[in-house]
Design a protein around this ligand. Structure first.
Ligand code: SAM
Length: 432
């Protein structure tokens, strides 16, 4: 048994994962679900030796006195469900903390700039979620009242699934679909096991992707098609080890970008919150003022390309073949000034000649960032870069490359796309 120490501490600050931080004689400890000013009793469990060691996580036993920054959580599952980290903290404080996370991350790379106040997103707006579905044999720890189907999110740092009855993050249609999705359990899981249900709310209804190894048999296909009709889902797809297979389509799973309808490929990326998408686009549009030729890199299904193509010639580049195809199809039907290229930008970044005539490059890479493309951009003459990032650490690395190449980091706008999570997103503008 590791040594256990109970301590009473005051929380001073909040770390990058959203945990409160307290100073103890043994060093800093991270205490989940606490905020600055909380006086708390904790159990610090060391992995060996001292009662607590610098940087260790502690268990929150009791709140001795609450900070003025503490608020009541919006959801009964908060604390247990790993989907949210920060419901117990005032929104204004969370937004200030997210802004500060970006400031600190940039400072580590020797970068300073004007950082705007973070843009908030409202509850009940998330249009996309990945839910875990698990069948548990009766008598197992997680089965309750004979209910053997668990649908929800993983508990924090655990494989346990918290069976979610409500979710104030999801939009109305997704939240209302939770009971129906749970009913898929007996159909999809004949015995103990797990799978992932990825749901996206579209104009045609819910687009469901079932992630599961193996092939659905004919009977299951029929049952799923019946379920889609009964529940008015737009589409159900089955994602095996290789690719996605269509099971049923009742309506086109369409999302509009700049008013242009795009039929989403199964599992394609969309920004999780429409408010966040609008905030990111607003900043990209400001950067695009006066631009005649734009490249939108990591373009997805066109959240930025399609609106920008209303006033400029846009070349969209996307690495996911189906997304590039869907964007190309939408562009052909709607706008003449958008060209689409399917290309892996990490292996084949846009090069000197391709960058020469551009007024603006928009970058919106995945969490890994756009290092290879930024190395080329740093040597280019492109006057303006708008960089949308879901990972401040890789953004700071790439921004450093660009600044070393002669760009000025003009501004950064934090966007709180993932409400109540420790996740930080931003849009930045860099100019030569
Ligand atoms: C964060 S999403 C942004 C999509 C789009 N800008 C939007 O707002 O909806 C990143 C996109 O980059 C694409 N992607 C990932 N790796 C890539 C690569 N190496 N080359 C090109 N595109 C890539 C993904 O398929 C995804 O569509």
């Amino acid at each position: 048994m590791p040594p256990v120490a109970e301590l009473e501490v005051t929380i001073d600050s909040v770390g990058a994962q959203g945990d409160g931080i307290a100073e103890t004689p043994q060093g800093r400890v991270f205490v989940p679900f606490t905020v600055p000013g909380d006086r708390v009793r904790i159990r610090a469990v060391a992995q060996g030796g001292a009662p607590s060691r610098d940087g260790e996580r502690a268990e929150l036993l009791d709140i001795v006195s609450s900070s003025a920054q503490r608020v009541g959580p919006a959801c009964a599952h908060f604390g247990e469900c790993g989907g949210c980290d920060l419901q117990h903290w005032q929104t204004a404080e969370v937004l200030a903390w997210k802004r500060q996370q970006i400031e600190v991350t940039l400072a580590h790379r020797g970068l300073t700039t004007a950082i705007a106040p973070a843009v908030a997103t409202p509850p009940r707006e998330r249009r996309r979620a990945r839910l875990a579905l698990r069948r548990v044999a009766p008598g197992r720890a997680h089965s309750r009242d004979g209910d053997q189907m668990l649908l929800g999110f993983h508990a924090r740092q655990s494989h346990r699934i918290v069976d979610v009855q409500q979710c104030p993050v999801l939009n109305e249609r997704l939240a209302a679909a939770l009971p129906a999705l749970r009913q898929l359990g007996p159909m999809l899981l004949r015995r103990d096991g797990d799978l992932v249900l990825e749901v996206t709310d579209t104009e045609g209804g819910i687009d469901l992707v079932i992630e599961r190894a193996g092939e659905p048999n004919t009977a299951l296909r029929g049952e799923l098609a019946h379920f889609a009709r009964q529940r008015r889902f737009a589409r159900i797809s089955w994602r095996g080890e290789q690719d996605s297979e269509l099971i049923a389509m009742l309506a086109a799973p369409v999302i509009r970008f700049g008013g242009v309808p795009v039929e989403l490929p199964a599992g394609a990326f969309v920004q999780a919150s429409p408010t966040a998408e609008a905030a990111l686009l607003a900043e990209v549009r400001i950067a695009a003022t006066g631009a005649k030729r734009i490249a939108d890199l990591y373009a997805g299904c066109g959240a930025f390309s399609l609106p920008l193509a209303a006033s400029a010639a846009v070349h969209a580049v996307e690495g996911h073949a189906e997304s590039a195809k869907a964007l190309d199809k939408a562009a052909r039907q709607a706008v003449a000034r958008l060209t689409v290229e399917h290309r892996d930008l990490d292996r084949r970044p846009l090069q000197g000649d391709e960058l020469k005539k551009l007024d603006l490059v928009v970058l919106d890479p995945p969490r890994a960032g756009a290092r290879v493309q930024c190395e080329v951009l740093a040597r280019s003459k492109v006057p303006t870069i708008a960089y949308v990032s879901c990972n401040p650490a890789t953004f700071a690395r790439d921004a450093r490359l660009l600044v070393d190449g002669g760009y000025r980091l003009e501004k950064v706008v934090p966007v709180d796309q993932f409400l109540w999570s420790a996740h930080v997103e931003l849009v930045a503008v860099l100019r030569r």
